[in-house]
Design a protein around this ligand. Sequence first.
Ligand SMILES: Cc1ncc(COP(=O)(O)O)c(C=O)c1O
Length: 485
Amino acid sequence: METTLDPSDWESLRRLGHRMVDDMLEYLRSVRDRPVWGPVPESVRRQLGMPLPDDPTTPEHVYADFREQVLPYALGNTHPRFWGLVCGTGTPFGMLAELLAGGLNANVFAGEHSAPYVEAQVIGWLERMLGIDETASGVLVSGGSVANLVGLTVARNVRSGIDLDGHGLANASQRPVLYGSTETHNSVAKAVQTLGLGRRALRLVPTNARYEIDVSALERAINDDRAAGYRPFCIVANAGTVNTGATDDMLALADIAAANDLWMHVDGAFGALVALSPKLRSRVAGLERADSVAFDLHKWLHMPYEVACVLVRDREAHRAAFSPSGAYLGRMPRGLMSGPYVPNEYGPELSRGFRALKVWMSLKEHGRRRFSDLIEQNVAQAAYLADRIAATPGLELAAPVPLNIVCFRATAPGVDVNELNREILMRLQERGIAVPTGTVLNGCFVIRVAITNHRSRREDFDALVDAVAALRAELVIPDPRRGSA
Ligand SMILES: Cc1ncc(COP(=O)(O)O)c(C=O)c1O
């Protein structure tokens, strides 16, 4: 007896599918009415630890499990008051595009079919949006971390002097080193480690008071390393640091890179997108001079997870880094194995999903200008929140607010301020009021609001400030009726 995974009753699956779409659209429409976040209850944790049954469960029952065990305990980043880490909100149409991509189930390794053309078109659009030379190559990857890894792989191959066709790093005559500020995202350190360069190869250069790389300290570090026999090969510039949204002086870094024959890689996970806005573009001046740029589309472009992009100015070097191919992948002049765009030669993945479809559909749906308006809106909201904090007794800003990230803390005499702010943050989350997360700046724990959210409104920031002020009062002067705080 042969079997298949197709439904035995297409009609009932169709009805269920329609219900699922209706339910999820309603879920997104009414997201503001729910708490932002809540923990997973013990009973559900138990359910989620159960072994897989040998026998089938009907799709209706599986969907009921989803509604009971998964949906109510989501991360919360679709909510207008979610500002944790750096998370995008996604969109309803993006969700539908994911459904279509799932239906097509295209493997976008390469080949002559529509999906690689869609991806190539999306890459061209992104290059134009960022003001990057359209001769640059690009590829969509799962996120900023992989985009950084791809950019730094090419940098290492091109500029570190290692013998790629022979023994690689084992035969390097000089130890390659690269530079980024102390505010550089941990994905860069991960990439350096993955690339076998050793964590100490990443020189962390101090920042100025605005959390931007100290350019003179960088130049000194390069000279010192060279004098000590190391081989400087790359500068990682930040366009929007994860802690405070600081952007390094990329024009100065591009000059230093050019003068020292170094690769300039920009980690612009969210900040690179500022280039979309005519009003804000000057803040990322120098981006166009990068050798490679990594940026996320699931953050400040609101695409459903996962999708990011890496662009590399030297197309051939990009391809050379990932092109060792297998005989079974051989290109043909015609047929399925033809096609001009071969994305698997520009990154570590061979099998790749159709990430480009949601980007293609969402960019068309809204057009470039609306994404630019939303970036400006979030930056204006950050400035508004900063003003509200500065004007609220007992609260203070903890860092400059150059873009869309606001770091602040509650203060009070005679208390452990780090503990106070940790407690405020956890209560904000546990009560479902809002989800900022925290970070540490100059040894102090601070509450951090990262606004990459197209649903947030000014009143959401008012609600946050009011709630933090109330929690501070609750914790600093414990209410005797509730016991000790
Ligand atoms: C500046 C920066 N770089 C890199 C990353 C990593 O991106 P992803 O989480 O998409 O891998 C992030 C994530 O927040 C980031 O903020």
